[in-house]
Design a protein around this ligand. Structure first.
Ligand SMILES: Cc1cc2nc3c(=O)[nH]c(=O)nc-3n(C[C@H](O)[C@H](O)[C@H](O)COP(=O)(O)OP(=O)(O)OC[C@H]3O[C@@H](n4cnc5c(N)ncnc54)[C@H](O)[C@@H]3O)c2cc1C
Length: 375
């Protein structure tokens, strides 16, 4: 049986960032990916926003890892020439009842070490004349990134540190009851092989809970229930009148139908929130339901009353790997290491929804420190 030091399951932004960090810390690392290419999962179906770190409870994984991840991501983009921009964002209240939500965000931003500025309606409109609002918060450190370019850069660093990405390699399960390391079963085409690994990081995102249930030795209470929530996007036909990203005041489960810009300045709106009932991530329908358009016009016109009729076109969708049910408070990222579940060398990543792209490199740093300190 082939023996390796570290095996990371999933070559999305998070798996690649964890693999990179492990390889750079001196671990012989393989990242295994079931698809034909890297980044075919949630990492290619999102808003590509570099989040500032405003929304998350101070001290939580989401808060700490987003703020640290943002810094690492901007540094990597600058060092590796990954396309990105820092237009900043406006979070807008469209009636006075939402001012308390903005004040609470301003306070969370302060506690998380993220600079924001309170703007009156006139000050916001001086920046964005097409905007309707009663007040706004300006977050200057929010940006956008080419997520694929980011993942290619992570893969490059992983390989430069001696790591490997193995495509078309699907992990079927693992046995953690062996004293010399986990025995991981991997399927590549028709061939099924076993690998022995001292470290296993489950970064399979939408599949991570299903996969963890195939880990022999891991008690079932250490695997949360999954809940999938789809988010659809509509793109704007024609030129955007906005230079900043525009977000409504947030709800607990999502950030609202926001306006983001791609690196070419084209605007898109979304994602909305649609809880899915099925529990099979391989059966998800990613097509955008045309009947959702009315909800988009209504949501966007609250902050952009001038949105022309017939200007929105269905674009794409993504699905959030949530670990809390509709109506429950938003859960933190779960990064379960040996101290949580007692399995040596195993880290399970659960519920890595937004801001997972922004946080990816900080998650890599955190997982590596967690495993190195446990050895
Ligand atoms: C609609 C939406 C908008 C978002 N917007 C933002 C945003 O603007 N900014 C931000 O910071 N974050 C955002 N996020 C969150 C962010 O996209 C994710 O947190 C991040 O991309 C997750 O990366 P990942 O590597 O964990 O998952 P993925 O990219 O899904 O990677 C997991 C990989 O594991 C592979 N895999 C699964 N099972 C196996 C197996 N058995 N064997 C081998 N490989 C396997 C999959 O094929 C996949 O490639 C958004 C998410 C959604 C859904």
């Amino acid at each position: 049986m082939e023996k390796i030091d570290a095996l990371v399951i999933g070559a999305g932004a998070v798996g690649l960032a964890v693999g990179r960090a492990l390889a750079q810390a001196g671990h012989e690392t393989i990242v295994v990916e079931r698809e034909l290419a890297i980044g075919q999962g949630v990492s290619s179906r999102n808003s590509e926003v570099i989040h500032a770190g405003l929304y998350y409870t101070p001290g939580s994984n989401k808060a700490r890892l987003c703020v640290r991840g943002k810094q690492l991501l901007y540094e990597l983009c600058a060092a590796r020439g990954v396309s990105h921009a820092q237009p900043g964002k406006l979070i807008v209240a469209t009636d006075e009842s939402q001012h308390a939500a903005l004040k609470s965000l301003e306070a969370k931003g302060g506690a998380n070490g993220v600079a924001v500025m309170w703007l009156t309606a006139d000050e916001a409109r001086a920046l964005e004349p097409s905007l309707f609002c009663t007040a706004a918060l300006l977050s200057p450190s929010t940006g956008i990134v080419d997520s694929h370019g980011f993942m290619v850069a992570l893969q490059g660093d992983l390989e430069n540190a001696g790591g490997i990405v193995a495509l078309e390699s699907r992990v079927l399960g693992a046995d953690f009851t062996h004293p010399d390391g986990a025995v991981v079963t991997v399927q590549s085409g028709d061939a099924v092989t076993e690998l022995q690994a001292k470290i296993v990081v489950n970064a399979a995102s939408l599949h991570s809970t299903h996969l963890a249930r195939q880990f022999r030795g891991l008690a079932p209470e250490h695997v949360p229930h999954e809940h999938y929530a789809k988010g659809s996007y509509y793109s704007l036909a024609g030129k955007s009148p906005f230079r900043h990203l525009i977000y409504p005041a947030p709800d607990d489960a999502w950030l609202g139908v926001h306006l983001t810009l791609d690196l070419g300045g084209q605007a898109k709106f979304g994602p909305d929130l649609e809880w899915l009932h099925g529990k099979d991530p391989d059966a998800i329908d990613y097509s955008v339901d045309l009947r959702r358009a009315d909800g988009f016009y209504e949501a966007v016109r609250r902050y952009w009353p001038g949105l022309p009729d017939d200007s929105l076109q269905p674009s794409y969708s993504g699905v959030r790997p949530k670990i809390y049910a509709p109506g429950e408070p938003a859960a933190d990222f779960r990064i379960d290491g040996p101290a949580v579940h007692g399995m040596r060398g195993l880290v399970n990543l659960f519920g890595i929804e937004s801001p997972g792209l922004t946080s990816a490199m900080a998650i890599g740093e955190h997982v590596t420190a967690l495993l190195d300190s446990a050895q």
